[in-house]
Design a binder for this molecule. Structure first.
Ligand SMILES: Nc1ncnc2c1ncn2[C@@H]1O[C@H](COP(=O)(O)OP(=O)(O)O)[C@@H](O)[C@H]1O
Ligand SMILES: [Mg+2]
Length: 290
């Protein structure tokens, strides 16, 4: 098959890993950098040009759309989709998972357990904060990644002044119950085509509460409990993502889903667990194209 990875980073570990897995299965693999793609509708048909050349022979795409490129990246995915090219994650699913509030709403609709979360659009800040009864509260901007844009406000005054600042800057945010018992750890679960492929536990750097590996966290391979596994699968299904990374916090009341990533980084998970996630992504395409 002809398979393209949609990515601005050909040299990135994740892109290289998928290229290698596809080539090993004798597929013709290429990387399409969205910044060199042009989209048009001609005679009612979706047309994609890459460096001026028509792209017409693709069987499947693997979108790896960065947060800075969401609009054009998802538009490109939708264009390929309308040309009948199979995609492992749809444009709508990418958009829905990228916005933390939309993601929270969809997870809740599907009865996936999540921390108590409130959209910070109410003008009465005292009333917003009264939901957390003087407890520490997490404040998140809606489209942050890699732990940037997540704040732990440990006092009422911290929370109040942070919220006032975000409102003044016109930044949308949500408030979330702080799950202190997770102690800076979370679980990253990779789900491909409705199956858990592998999972790791991430631990934040000393003194931080954010376990993102980009922030210097450490990781180890783990075996999930059946409850954790079923919550991860429920979450992937709710967000209609064929490939995703589900982040779970262990809480006193069981596993809670924090967020879902439609382009999960592969370096940390493959190196930590020794599992070839890229190979599962290629098999998913093979199963769906037969
Ligand atoms: N409600 C919470 N309670 C405890 N820790 C949290 C909470 N929300 C986020 N964290 C910690 O912060 C990290 C980053 O938060 P997350 O919502 O995943 O944002 P990002 O998209 O930036 O990764 C999480 O992996 C987790 O370690
Ligand atoms: Mg995260």
């Amino acid at each position: 098959m002809n398979i393209a990875i949609i990515s601005r980073g050909e040299a990135l570990y994740s892109t290289q890993s998928i290229l290698k897995a596809g080539t090993a299965r004798n597929h013709v693999m290429e990387v399409l950098d969205p910044s060199h793609c042009a989209l048009s509708i001609e005679n009612g048909k979706s047309v994609v040009r890459y460096h001026e050349e028509l792209v017409e022979d693709l069987d499947a795409i693997i979108p790896r759309i960065g947060a800075s490129n969401t609009y054009f990246g998802t538009s490109l995915v939708r264009h390929f989709n309308s040309k009948g090219v199979f995609t492992v994650v749809s444009a709508d699913a990418i958009l829905q998972s990228r916005d933390k509030w939309t993601c929270t709403q969809l997870l809740a609709n599907a009865n996936v357990p999540i921390p108590k979360t409130i959209l910070g659009m109410n003008s009465n800040i005292a009333s917003l904060l009264s939901n957390f009864k003087d407890q520490a509260v997490i404040i998140k901007i809606l489209e942050g990644t890699h732990g940037n844009g997540v704040i732990l406000a440990e006092t009422y005054l911290n929370a109040l002044s942070t919220i006032e600042t975000l409102k003044t800057a016109g930044i949308k945010f949500l408030l979330q119950e702080y799950i202190s018992e997770s102690k800076g750890t979370d679980l990253r679960v990779i789900v491909v085509n409705g199956v858990v492929v592998t999972a790791m536990k991430r631990q934040s750097m000393e003194g931080d509460f954010r376990s993102n590996l980009h922030r210097g966290g450490s990781s180890e391979k783990i075996k999930l409990t059946s409850e954790e596994e079923s919550v991860a699968l429920q979450a992937a299904k709710a967000m209609r993502l064929g490939v995703c990374g589900v982040d779970i916090l262990k809480s006193k009341r069981g596993p809670l889903v924090l967020e879902i990533n439609s382009s999960p980084g592969l370096e940390g998970i493959e190196n930590t667990t020794g599992v070839n996630v890229s190979k599962s992504i290629i098999s998913y395409i093979e199963k769906n194209k037969i």
